[in-house]
Write a protein that binds this ligand. Sequence first.
Ligand code: FAD
Ligand code: UDP
Length: 371
Amino acid sequence: MEQHKKYDYLIVGAGLFGSVFAYEATKKGKKCLVIDKRDHIGGNVYTEKVEDINVHKYGAHIFHTNSKEIWDYVNQFVEFNRYTNSPIANYKGELYNLPFNMNTFNKLWGVITPQEAKQKIEEQKKHAGISEPTNLEEQAISLIGTDIYEKLIKGYTEKQWGRAATELPSFIIKRLPVRFTYDNNYFNDKYQGIPTGGYTLIIEKMLENVDVQLNVDFFADREELMKLANKVVFTGMIDEFYNYKFGVLEYRSLTFENQKLDTDNYQGNAVVNYTDRETQYTRIIEHKHFEFGTQENTIITKEYPKEWKKGDEPYYPVNNDKNNLLYKKYKELANQEQNVIFGGRLATYKYYDMHQVIGSALISIEKEFKL
Ligand code: FAD
Ligand code: UDP
């Protein structure tokens, strides 16, 4: 019976997970149909050329990885430039370097040596009386002290997540390096860059020999779509897949406000974070700086966080205990599926970066093809 189906895989979502899976399965001679409810491929890594500038339509995307295998993997599709992310934090007009490093400590406290900086942090940590951090606030203070927490973390975090920092998991802040050198590189990974010409090029190459249908929502025609293929690869929201039967997982969403400005250089950096609580947006992205652009104009994007509700784009899973527990229940159902593979940020409810999504898609392929 199965042989009569038109496709081996119906892949729901033309983001990074779905595209890697489709590319690899096609290479192995399988027939894939990729659908996406959006009107373009690429999911959240989608870039679009506007006024000769590659605009990151769903927020700043900087590729970074420690794995040579994953770095080589993405480089087979497109060339990467030497961009190194070094965002600036703007706290009520005071500017600081990120991530937290000797430049930050020097600006804030006037300290010059790593030893002086460590001593300052140790004093503040001691004063706060934290031994075993149990939430983001305690974790942050124990890593870099109360001054930095108050100016650079608390406001940004609470508007980004819409929750008190004491109610958020510590791992979120551990994404950021703390360094006792004068190094403003936001990542510790060995490899980093931006694809020359934008991320969409990568996805176009991955999907070159794959059937793709856009503006198709899996849930609008689930039964019929499932009949088209032997197996489904699902990269949408796992709770929606199960019709929210155990309850709704929480996400944070974003509104992006784009502006074209009549200047060649608006803020002198690709990413500037606004770390006070009052400014409604978290960061301003100036896209041309990702590719060292020399265009006459510029395009900037302000990123406004908001709570996700049905119909919004779910950008960030809120991985607190309550949601992780709920996810576990859905995951148990997912584990029993014979013909559905769940993958990517939404279907596994994980705060994954691009390299992790690629890595996990390659693992799914290995499992599927028993490599
Ligand atoms: P997605 O890109 O979300 O793709 C899922 C696709 O499925 C979407 O296109 C969606 O439309 C489609 N879909 C969902 N439901 C349905 C349905 N019912 N029917 C049809 N289609 C459906 N990572 C980094 O490494 N570096 C960064 O600097 C970075 N910055 C980020 C900044 C922001 C603001 C955000 C939100 C994420 C950032 N990321 C970054 C993470 C990165 O975007 C993700 O790791 C990656 O894009 C996830 O790929 P995915 O395929 O899992 O999901
Ligand atoms: N963060 C912060 N201040 C900053 C930048 C980040 O407090 O200037 C915190 C915030 O809680 C954020 C987390 O660190 O959600 C992770 O930051 P990252 O830049 O990795 O966030 P993403 O790019 O994934 O939105």
